[in-house]
Design a protein around this ligand. Sequence first.
Ligand code: NI
Length: 206
Amino acid sequence: MMFRAACRVGVSLWLMLAPACAGDAPARSPAEIMDILMWNREPVGGPFELTDHTGHVRTNNDFRGKLMLVYFGFTYCPDVCPTDLQAIGLALDKLGKDGESVQPLFITVDRARDTAEHLAQYVPMFHPRLIGLTGSAEAIRKAADAYKVYYAKVSLGKAADDYTVDHTAFIYLMDRDGNYLGFFPPGTSADRMVEIIRPRLADPAR
Ligand code: NI
């Protein structure tokens, strides 16, 4: 897979920071978002209505009865997103049959490049059950706001398509009713995810 645009990485493991550019600007700074997540200051998660990589409309309600692993990113991200998506895929494999009650979701923060067709080529590289989601700018922003995700397009050159997207990269774990359980930071290993998720699979009430 070729990645045209560089993703700015290295400010810290958890965040890729840069000033937002004009357009679909985030309402809150990465620091505010971090603060909310770290100290549970606001609810995380909520309703969304997006289009999956097969072109079907999907809402949060489609996944009730399953745990959800929700990850926001973009397919041109050179390392953070693919690394975390690989870990998610590996964790699901390690969970085996039980893992079928975990639904992994990849919500793009780069709708211009991550069309349903493009996501259809990308998500199966990580796991056959990974669902890629895209939508209107408003729908993606609404979902990201609900999950306390920061993202902002950052221009890399003069050409309109020469940009990257800075974004927070937490992996959210939601329960069978769609309620927030917690987050895994970027770089979490598959084994650690399994350790947290497996006890919940043994007891469907959890
Ligand atoms: Ni990324």
